[in-house]
Design a protein around this ligand. Structure first.
Ligand code: ADP
Ligand code: ADP
Length: 226
């Protein structure tokens, strides 16, 4: 678990566009925080800066009290789940889960233990030897979650993880992600453009518009003072 703190963080892209303007907020240890706002408001940019996939133009980003502006992604102890799953198509589910751990030279027995645990939590046991193309969209997203899970990150980043799924599956997976958060107690930052998803999932919600934070509150407070 870890806290994440933004201190007057700005992001200006090379073309001059300011995607994030003076972001100033903290995500508490173990919190499930949702970033919500219309397309193009800067949600992904915020998340990608935490992941180290995007540089910070000015300001300070800290994870667990440590400034990470110039820390390489692999040393940040975070895992990210993408909308399009980003699975390796030529690998089995088990290999997909194992891949990142093998890169870190984790012993085989430990990799197997982590795969067993994640696959049990996410109901992947029967799919381990299949390839992504043999799976449904919901199953693929489960594998993507599993691949983040096995790394046992301090912070989970989820970028519109459910927006490629149909409405019914979105509801199921939303419940599953909430359960995962309760079980793990890990800090999670969840990006969505869907207000209902934000209200039902987030412990606190950051409302973004045009790169600016408009509101930070609990769902109840936002409901009473929208
Ligand atoms: P969201 O995730 O809320 O849809 P993004 O963070 O992806 O928003 O984008 C925020 C703004 O920054 C948008 O106006 C987008 O067009 C712009 N943007 C995103 N990536 C780049 C880039 N690499 N170069 C220039 N502008 C970008
Ligand atoms: P290979 O054995 O050729 O490397 P697999 O897809 O069988 O490819 O497995 C990839 C990784 O996942 C390996 O580290 C393997 O030990 C692990 N693994 C495979 N099947 C299981 C399973 N049922 N439970 C736990 N770990 C597994």
């Amino acid at each position: 678990m870890a806290s994440v703190r933004f201190d007057k963080v700005h992001k200006r892209y090379d073309n001059g566009h300011v995607a994030v303007h003076a972001a100033d907020f903290e995500v508490a240890d173990g919190e499930l925080l949702v970033l919500v706002g219309p397309s193009g408001c800067g949600k992904s940019t915020l998340l990608r800066m935490i992941a180290g996939l995007e540089s910070i133009t000015s300001g300070t980003l800290s994870i667990d009290g440590r400034v990470v502006n110039d820390v390489a992604p692999k040393h940040r102890d975070i895992a990210m789940v993408f909308q399009n799953y980003a699975l390796y198509p030529h690998m089995t589910v088990a290999e997909n889960l194992a891949f990142g751990l093998k890169l870190r030279n984790m012993p085989k027995a430990q990799i197997q233990a982590r795969i067993a645990q994640a696959s049990q939590m996410l109901g992947l046991d029967a799919m381990l030897q299949r390839q992504p193309k043999e799976l449904s969209g919901g199953q693929r997203q489960r594998v993507a979650l599993g691949r983040a899970l096995v790394r046992e990150p301090k912070v989970f980043l989820l970028d519109e993880p459910l927006s490629n799924l149909d409405a019914k599956l979105r509801l199921t997976m939303r419940t599953e992600i909430a359960r995962l958060h309760r079980t793990l107690g890990t800090t999670m930052i969840y990006v969505t453009h869907d207000q209902i998803e934000a209200m039902t999932l987030g412990q606190r919600i950051v409302v973004l518009r045009d790169g600016q934070i408009q509101q930070i509150d609990t769902p109840m407070a936002l409901y009473e003072r929208p």
